[in-house]
Design a protein around this ligand. Structure first.
Ligand code: ZN
Length: 138
């Protein structure tokens, strides 16, 4: 059985090496769908939506209205530090694919109930495009 929940947050980013508009400082209203697959627990649930919200919202608090910056993007990193602006420093470029992997790892590394067998994350950068990946839990 699978259950899923949708989340939203605002975040800035840029892709320094991009040939086009994405090299500019800009942001997106990100949408994320998190899906959990597993057997039903004693309450006849895969996982309580309330618990999903608790897990994900604490991760999203970190990201919401922040700027996701690659630690190698020195110009922007210095600028954000001077501004004392909210930032998430990562070791990758903030593509939808990398944000997807990042969220998938973060979610899988939280304490999840034993009945959960796999997690799937889909990140929408705009309403027209998304990146998706999944991870089997051992
Ligand atoms: Zn963008």
């Amino acid at each position: 059985m699978k259950i899923a929940k949708e989340f939203h947050w605002e975040m800035g980013h840029r892709l320094p090496e991009h040939f086009g508009l994405c090299k500019n400082i800009h942001g997106h209203s990100y949408k994320m769908i998190v899906e959990f697959e597993g057997d039903l627990n004693k309450d006849q649930m895969v996982i309580d939506y309330y618990d999903v919200e608790k897990i994900i919202n604490s991760l999203l608090q970190e990201l919401d209205h922040s700027f996701m910056v690659n630690k190698n993007d020195k110009v922007v990193l210095e600028f954000l530090e001077k501004m004392n602006s909210k930032k998430v420093v990562v070791d990758f470029d903030a593509t939808a694919e990398n944000i997807c992997k990042f969220m998938l790892n973060r979610i899988s590394n939280t304490k999840l109930p034993d009945n959960i067998k796999s997690v799937k994350v889909r990140i929408y950068e705009t309403q027209f495009d998304y990146a998706e990946d999944s991870l089997k839990l051992s």
